[in-house]
Design a protein around this ligand. Sequence first.
Ligand SMILES: [Zn+2]
Ligand SMILES: [Zn+2]
Ligand SMILES: [Zn+2]
Ligand SMILES: [Zn+2]
Length: 109
Amino acid sequence: MPGYKKPCRHCGKLAEPDVNVCPFCGTVEPAGPPRCPKCRSPIQKGAKFCGSCSFSLEITCGSCGKVTFPDTYCEHCGNKVAIKCPNMKCGYEQVLYDNKCIKCGKKLK
Ligand SMILES: [Zn+2]
Ligand SMILES: [Zn+2]
Ligand SMILES: [Zn+2]
Ligand SMILES: [Zn+2]
């Protein structure tokens, strides 16, 4: 639905409500709450497990090696933990959980 722009939860700038990635800071799904990388249910920052599928919400940052919440950026070093699907037609940004793109199923590194 075409509608009002919504503020990004990371940088607060307004973006279209249906964008996958904030055009200003790169946050994945900027308008909504953070979502479980596995079942896509909204998740609370600080929770250890997803309430819907019990997926562990503690992932290891590839940059600093610390355990962080599965959102776009590492809580510790600020580097991006979400990665982009290498499929040119897809390019969906997501937090890794299964080595596969949640949209098209292509293997991610
Ligand atoms: Zn943003
Ligand atoms: Zn889940
Ligand atoms: Zn980090
Ligand atoms: Zn993909």
